[in-house]
Design a protein around this ligand. Structure first.
Ligand code: SF4
Length: 370
């Protein structure tokens, strides 16, 4: 547990909504139970995420309905390759994040509250998010761009309405939710892409300000809760590209989630506080994809590297090409029931039972760390 007591940078008068999973702590502090930091938030301060404040003895969220990024994305951008291929997800984010990754592509909105940035915010109650998603022709709502557990109350209220309206709910997450938060999300979340950023606790502590073990626990809890999972690892030269470590990571996926769990290996590009680190060499990405397959994974993809053309889906049984991807253009060769036309094995995933249709996309922010 961290005893965190940041000075809040949230503007006075900003909307504040009571939080869930909060318990009274010593000396007027409140223990937040949303993410594995389990901050003890002192009076007048916020937790590590910068958006949950102890105000007059109650923990309140400044993130509820306060959207800083939104738009229509291809589901492949999350990335989720085994969920309704070719469909679109209406994507929303508030400010704040419990991690402090030095390679964050969305650092302005993730770290904005901590850095005191005055972020343009749009009030968007849950009902309006769902209405906007339907009007845009989206089949899903994605809670993304920053770590969505920091706006858990808002995500849950929106997700419940989305379910009633026949939409899917998707998380793009660092996997730091507590078991209690996963328990609340399980009934309403269809799928998640979880960033497994390294297989090394020192990396998590130094580069992200977090720990590895709670991420692994949360991933297993999400799987047990019935959420479809795909994992992503951004390979950063000299930081998390040790081959033995990545082999261990791939084996962990096989042993804990199964061989048909998609693993997205992504190319790093210099950003934020890692501007002096070069892009991941293509040869390294190829080797990492190989070791994932050697570990037994049937669906290893390489993102951010169109030169390698390693984003197609092949049948885990006979190897037949099932889904072709060129950028965000998708062509499905699956049978109507989601099976392989040659060997009839079902492709693992969700909502694979119909061909993809081309859509239009309009958003700019990157996914949480990809
Ligand atoms: S969500 Fe996580 S980082 Fe934010 S206050 Fe709660 S425990 Fe701390």
């Amino acid at each position: 547990m961290l005893e965190e007591s940041l000075t809040t940078s949230i503007r006075p008068g900003a909307a504040a909504v009571p939080t869930i999973l909060a318990e009274a702590g010593p000396e007027g502090g409140i223990r937040c139970g949303v993410c594995a930091h389990l901050c003890l938030v002192r009076p007048g301060r916020t937790g590590i995420c910068g958006v949950r404040e102890n105000r007059a003895g109650a923990l309140v969220s400044h993130a509820y309905g306060a959207v800083v990024a939104m738009g229509l994305d291809p589901i492949e951008k999350k990335p989720l390759f085994h969920v309704a291929p070719g469909s679109t997800a209406y994507s929303i984010a508030t400010a704040g994040c419990p991690f402090h990754c030095t390679f964050c592509q969305n650092w302005e909105i993730a770290q904005g509250p901590r850095l005191g940035l005055d972020l343009p915010t749009r009030e968007l109650p849950p009902g309006r998010v769902v209405a906007a998603a339907i009007a845009a022709g989206a089949e899903s709502i994605a809670y993304t761009y920053v770590e969505p557990t920091v706006f858990l109350e808002y995500a849950l209220d929106t997700a419940r309405l989305a379910r009633e309206a026949g939409l899917r709910n998707l998380f793009v997450t660092d996997g730091y939710a507590t078991p209690e938060a996963v328990g609340l999300l399980g009934p309403v979340l269809d799928a998640a892409n979880v960033d497994l950023k390294a297989f090394n606790d020192a990396f998590y502590r130094k580069v992200c300000g977090a720990r590895l073990a709670p991420v692994l626990d949360s991933i297993v809890a999400m799987r047990r809760a019935g959420i479809w999972l795909e994992l992503t690892t951004l390979v950063i030269p000299g930081r998390n590209d040790d081959r033995r470590e990545l082999r261990s990571l791939a084996r962990w996926i096989v042993e804990n989630l199964g061989v048909e769990t998609p693993w997205h290996v992504r190319r790093f590009q210099p950003v934020y506080r890692l501007l002096d680190v070069p892009p991941t060499p293509l040869a390294v990405l190829r080797r990492v994809a190989d070791l994932g397959r050697e570990a037994g994974l049937a669906h290893v993809y390489v993102g951010n590297a169109p030169e390698l053309d390693l984003e197609d889906t092949h049948c885990a049984g006979c190897g037949r090409l099932l889904i072709e991807r060129h950028g965000y253009r998708v062509a499905s060769h699956l049978e109507a029931d989601g099976s392989c036309p040659d060997c009839r094995r079902m492709l693992a995933g969700r909502s694979l039972d119909r061909p993809a249709a081309p859509r239009r996309y309009d958003t700019q922010p990157a996914e949480v760390c990809g």
